[in-house]
Design a protein around this ligand. Structure first.
Ligand SMILES: Cc1cc2nc3c(=O)[nH]c(=O)nc-3n(C[C@H](O)[C@H](O)[C@H](O)COP(=O)(O)OP(=O)(O)OC[C@H]3O[C@@H](n4cnc5c(N)ncnc54)[C@H](O)[C@@H]3O)c2cc1C
Length: 528
């Protein structure tokens, strides 16, 4: 007689008895296992393009470039305006001889060694950012692994009360941390009480899980303890027959809590979903993506053309006025206009938009992000600390130190990003003139890596504060729940013949994937 299934296992075994293995596997798939239908990241299918209509896209960042490329490929009459001489917007890799201009500060000329570069904006691509990966594949761009998570990288804590630095490895934080939590969980009970409420097989499974994953064991006295087994690392390395090695002393709960030894910004740790491994970067610089797109749309590109003013006509067309470096003031009429710029870059323009939309633009405040990098003559992080790629985190204003993921053991040295700071630290550092900002970041980074004193090639120092970059003015938009509720729908719906594009018009702000997805969402509308 058939019984009602009570668990998923019951259900699966009933299906298997009745319909066989294939059906069971199908059912498992439906329940969420074996996901096989992954989004390819390709643009959506759209209907025929109306070739009589003129489309103007403003802003040659990732969003504007993708939209223009996909429309041009389908035969649309499209133009792409870009205020500066460079395409790519925030996707920028800075190389020898290039100038970084920041409003209110002296220009910097990049003096990194030839061949070296700083990915000033995007540093990495997530394995589930399918649209970015789609274009990398489409243009045969070469990807290399980017290690966000390096268990050998450091967590640094400056303790102001003691004027002391505490430095531990990521693996200590991770494994001692989870061991201590496992210990607490085991002691709390009633997981292992005989005749307690937990079924014996679950109790057994928990016992195994604590043992296998957390190194938490039951002692002879039935006390549960974290017994570190070496995952936290060795203070003295293992080696030959007489070199047994010494394990790193496990961190105590008091140390972890008292010194706050965890990644305390939940948006910026190697475990947030967009930064989980696998991650990638492009060989030769992450701007390879925007270069590849731009190469395909040369005839549509109008660089050094700044949009100044936009007016809606009653017939639905739109008049754009701009300042073109070669042609001076220009005026053109379009049937569709896509404003693919940051909201902060638009607030001073004379834009004939619905009142609520203008309020939305004004209500999205600028954020802050600063990078400071310099060339080191010796890769001391590899030689002295066995850190090959990845990121160290600190509670000091420089926030993150990025190690290069390429040219390991190169005797010519490598680029060290000594600061990648956001929020109030990014704001504070961004107010300093570039030379003072670099000097401050060097001093902070030296607390973690004193070798910098000796190894830094001083003249290679380079910095960018994105909030100071003309026509960009903010590294990203950070949607708060409040603002999202108030404005998100408003800014992501086309307003007649005008629409916004960019990462801020997506559920992946601050990621190129968001910029591309927002372009995809406008493709059919723009081509009508
Ligand atoms: C520090 C930093 C780190 C980042 N890290 C990553 C990462 O690791 N991975 C990732 O995927 N993403 C990352 N991002 C985000 C990524 O750079 C953006 O999501 C993406 O580049 C945004 O593209 P966009 O087209 O929306 O806008 P933008 O790149 O801002 O492009 C807008 C364009 O509009 C132009 N413009 C402005 N005003 C005018 C005007 N009046 N007339 C004509 N043109 C105008 C600008 O010059 C610019 O070229 C990072 C960004 C920053 C700043």
């Amino acid at each position: 007689m058939e019984t009602n299934p009570r668990t998923i296992n019951d259900l699966l075994s009933q299906v298997e008895t009745k319909f066989g293995g294939t059906k069971t596997i199908e059912l498992i798939r439906e329940l969420g296992a074996h996901p096989t239908e992954l989004d390819s990241g390709a643009p959506p299918e759209i209907g025929p393009i109306n070739k009589d209509k003129k489309i103007v896209v403003v802003g040659a960042g990732v969003a504007g470039l993708v939209l223009t490329y996909e429309l041009a490929k389908r035969g649309a009459n499209v133009e792409l305006w870009e205020a500066t001489s460079k395409i790519g917007g925030r996707n920028r890799s800075v190389r020898h001889g290039e100038t970084i201009q920041e409003t209110g500060h002296p220009d910097q000329i990049c003096k990194l060694p030839k061949g070296g570069y700083l990915n000033a904006g995007p540093g990495r691509i997530s394995h589930h950012h399918r649209a970015v990966l789609h274009y990398c594949k489409h243009f045969s761009l070469s990807l290399k692994p980017y290690q966000t998570l390096n268990r050998a990288a450091l967590l640094h804590r400056y303790i102001p009360e003691l004027d002391r630095d505490v430095i531990v490895r990521n693996r200590q934080v991770q494994f001692d941390g989870q061991g201590r939590i496992g210990e607490i969980a085991a002691k709390l009970g009633p997981w292992f009480d005989i005749d307690g409420p937990i079924p014996a097989d679950l109790s057994e499974a928990l016992r195994d899980w604590l043992h296998d994953n957390f190194d938490v064991h039951e002692g002879t006295d039935t006390e549960w303890n974290y017994c570190a087994k070496g995952r936290q690392g060795y203070s003295k390395a293992r080696g030959g027959p007489n070199e047994q090695g010494e394990q790193e002393q496990p961190l105590t709960l008091e140390q972890i809590l008292g010194l706050r030894l965890w990644y305390d910004d939940p948006r910026r740790s190697p475990d947030v979903i967009d930064e989980q491994l696998s991650m990638f970067e492009l060989e030769g610089g992450n701007d390879g993506l925007v270069q590849a797109l731009a190469d395909q749309i040369q005839s549509a590109l109008r660089t050094n053309r700044i949009l100044k003013c936009l007016k809606r006509n009653e017939d639905g067309t739109v008049v754009l006025e701009g300042l073109d470096q070669e042609q001076g003031l220009i005026k053109t009429t379009a049937d569709r206009v896509v404003l693919a710029m940051q909201p902060q870059a638009m607030v001073d323009m004379d834009l004939d938009l619905p009142v609520q939309t203008k309020q939305a633009l004004e209500d999205l405040p600028a954020r802050f992000a600063v990078k400071v990098a310099g060339w080191m003559n010796r890769r001391f992080w590899e030689d002295d600390l066995a850190i090959y790629g990845g990121i160290s985190f600190t509670n000091m204003p420089n926030e993150q130190i990025w190690y290069p993921n390429n040219n390991f053991q190169d005797v010519n040295g490598g680029l060290l990003v000594m600061a990648y700071a956001a929020l109030h630290h990014g704001e504070m550092l961004g107010k300093l003139p570039p030379n003072e900002r670099c000097a401050a970041a060097v001093e902070l980074a030296k607390r973690i890596h004193p070798q910098i004193e000796e190894e830094l090639n001083q003249e290679s120092l380079i910095t960018i504060a994105w909030q100071n970059i003309p026509h960009i003015r903010s590294p990203w938009v950070a949607w708060t729940p409040d603002r999202y509720k108030r404005w998100f729908h408003q800014i992501t719906e086309p307003m007649g013949s005008i629409a916004f594009a960019g990462d801020w018009c997506s559920h992946l702000p601050a990621w190129q994937e968001g910029a591309i997805r927002s372009a995809y969402s406008l493709l059919a509308w723009a081509g009508q």
